[in-house]
Design a protein around this ligand. Sequence first.
Ligand SMILES: O=C(O)CCC(=O)C(=O)O
Ligand SMILES: [Fe+2]
Length: 323
Amino acid sequence: MAAQQSSPAHGLPIIDLSALFAASAEAKAAVGRALREACEHTGFFYISGHGIDPALIERVFAQSQAFFAQPMATKLETDKAQSKANRGYEKLGGQTLEPGMPPDLKEGFYIGEELAEDHPRVLAGRFNQGPNQWPVELPAFRPAMQDYYNAMLTLSERIMAGLALSLQLPEDFFADFCHEPLCTLRLLHYPPQPEKPLPGEKGCGAHTDFGGITILLLDDKPGLQVWDAKTDSWINAAPIPGTFVVNLGDMIARWTNDLYRSTLHRVVNTSGAERYSVPFFYSGAPEHEVRCLPVCLAEGETPKYPATTVEQHLQEMYRRTYV
Ligand SMILES: O=C(O)CCC(=O)C(=O)O
Ligand SMILES: [Fe+2]
């Protein structure tokens, strides 16, 4: 539907989600159709009409910049290596998303649901569950990140409802999947691309996201590139004010028997300036079973992947990028 979807010059659609917050079944179904088109073809799209307060976004960027501007010794007080739940600060070069390439030119900070050491799931050693590490020098950091985390949770549920409609399933089809979900909020800081990079060196190596959906907040610097299989080339996903970029992870591709795409992307920060971004990875309930959705099987097709759980799938994927 033209009103729902427009194609900016760089080829990725912008989908207005506002109808998902309203009551009209017909308007919601139109969003579902726009989502389906985007999920089957690019696996990446921008969203507008998402309802996130711009003031909250400003707080998040301000705190992220303040965190990364601190001396290294201060940042290392929250070193991710100290956390059993993958929370806290990750140094520049701490991850290699593209196998065989130099480490990524980004530093990051990982946040998840705040669970105390004596919470049953933490005691049971469940994947990525535990307390966060908060920077004590920045009192406004924790409230900004927790408010944003909660806002992203609500938005993710909306998008999952939209995805259900896109598959012509009831709007609440993914409700169990959305119950007590595993999520990671990640602050990223990219220095400018060096003048003489090593071969293949860049902000973030080519990769697909592991989990369910990713809601990516960009600052005003270009750098994100999305693989376009049709033209065998990288599309520059330029920042568009007031929007987020949404993409689907490998788990959704698996769940839909590859009807929906988990698309390769990377970051090359050629802006000449510092670049900040904030991906939120929404992966769903750890014990939820991910088994090929029958609506995604065309006549005569069989599931390509065995059933798994969210937790098993994520553990397997994490093992591949942290050696
Ligand atoms: O910084 C970006 O624009 C993309 C980050 C990303 O792809 C990721 O963290 O998975
Ligand atoms: Fe990514």
